[in-house]
Design a protein around this ligand. Structure first.
Ligand SMILES: Cc1ncc(COP(=O)(O)O)c(C=O)c1O
Length: 408
């Protein structure tokens, strides 16, 4: 123990934070490095003009009707409206969601195949806690949401990473090789963070076929966890693919953090098809929510959902930003696929070392995240959660920087 200037004693980090948590904290350190660099520059020069494309915090505010319903709900004087309820969520809200999901996903559902959660992250925690045992393997398709690594490791399970092509679609040969007697879960995320890629139906069918033949050969069920917080930010909504229809052991993870601009309010859900629909399934999920201490999704947000289910932030605004940004980068000679949803763009790094590129880019006034954080080095992620003029400015700075280094 050491003392600080006030004479209070201070414990060491390792006296407070366990080894496992220290290991989890070190995951995603690339994102933190960029963040810290930006912070340092801002401290040195508070007037510095940085275009911050690093954080994926959606900036479009909830639609007016969402705010109006929230006010109405808060004013309703219903007995018990703020109490605990079934960990799975209010039955009428689950019933509502099951009816709507039956229509959109094309499989029969009941209220007992829907579980309300604290966002998509809460849904993933509850589900992974339910499916995984220590030592199980979870396949992640790069590029993947950087939080998957700590989520999986936190369950004592092991992430196994499968690479992708230049469209950010998974390499199916690698996937086949990655399946092992310990594989328990495959996480897919389409529309994808960080790439904005949308897996075509044929690709999901191919993946499902691989998993089905693996089950026939080994008797082992591999669960497909389809993490879809961007499903309703598709630029062409008719492109949405139903994983529940394609694969029997599939789980749908959705949230309204992005499409209703409610990330801080924590509302999402899990849904699953008839093959997984057993009373034990629902009870196991209830127990996982209990063990993890989430207990249930926020009551007010649950009651809000049926009232505003068809509302959405203006997806066109995200599309305009994505198109403008990609146009400038491509015209400037940078390689970049055109996202089909949401607000992330994942260009190829003009330098082979994406960590070094994003560090140098900070000096050019842009914060972006290296692709290594998402399991795909050689790329960088830009989150277009800033007004259009800032996005355009950021894109020009990136192109100028690449040119100044004669990188393009
Ligand atoms: C792919 C992916 N999954 C899950 C989440 C977590 O979403 P939520 O805020 O709904 O928990 C995010 C958030 O950025 C994400 O990008």
């Amino acid at each position: 123990m050491s003392s600080n200037e006030n004479g209070f004693q201070k414990f060491r980090n390792e006296d407070i934070v366990g080894f496992t948590c220290r290991t989890l904290s070190s995951m995603g350190s690339e994102i933190r490095r960029v963040f810290l660099l930006g912070q340092k520059l801002r401290e040195e020069n508070p007037n510095i003009d940085l275009v911050d494309l690093s954080l994926g915090n959606p900036d479009l505010e909830p639609p007016d009707e969402v705010r109006a319903e929230l006010v109405r709900l808060a004013q309703e004087n219903v007995a018990g409206a703020h109490r605990y309820m079934d960990n799975a969520g209010y039955p009428d809200v689950r019933e509502f969601l099951s009816r709507r999901l039956e229509l959109s996903e094309g499989v029969p559902l009941t209220r007992d195949s829907v579980f309300l959660t604290c966002g998509a992250a809460g849904a993933l925690q509850v589900l992974l806690r339910t499916l995984l045992d220590p030592g199980d393997e979870v396949i992640l398709l790069a590029p993947f949401f950087s939080e998957y690594r700590p989520y999986v490791t936190n369950m004592g399970a092991v992430p196994v990473i499968v690479g992708s092509d230049e469209n950010h679609f998974p390499d199916l040969n690698q996937l086949k090789q990655a399946l092992s007697p310990r594989t328990r879960v495959l996480i897919i995320n389409s529309p994808n963070n960080p790439s904005g890629a949308l897996y075509p139906e044929s690709l999901i069918c191919e993946i499902a076929k691989l998993l089905k033949s693996f089950r026939e050969e080994t008797g082992r069920v591999v669960h497909m966890v389809s993490d879809e917080p961007y499903a309703r930010l598709l630029f062409n909504p008719s492109e949405l693919v139903s994983v529940l229809k394609i694969y029997e052991a599939a789980w749908l993870v959705r949230s309204h953090s992005k499409d209703l601009g409610l990330a801080g309010e924590r509302i999402g859900y899990l849904a699953w098809g008839p093959a997984l629909a057993r009373p034990e399934t629902l009870n196991a999920l209830r127990n996982s929510a209990r063990a993890l201490g989430f207990v249930n999704a926020p009551a007010l947000m649950q009651r809000l959902l049926p009232r505003v289910f068809d509302a959405s932030v203006d997806v066109l605004q995200y599309k305009k930003r994505v198109d403008a940004f990609v146009d400038i980068l491509q015209t400037g000679g940078l390689e970049c696929t055109r996202p089909r949803a949401s607000f992330f763009v994942f260009p190829r790094s003009p330098m082979p070392d994406d960590n070094s590129f994003t560090e140098q880019l900070v000096e050019a006034g842009v914060l972006a995240v290296p692709g290594s954080s998402f399991g795909k080095p050689g790329y960088f992620r830009c989150s277009l959660t800033q007004p259009l003029e800032r996005i355009i400015e950021g894109a020009h700075r990136i192109v100028r920087f690449a040119r100044s280094k004669s990188l393009k």
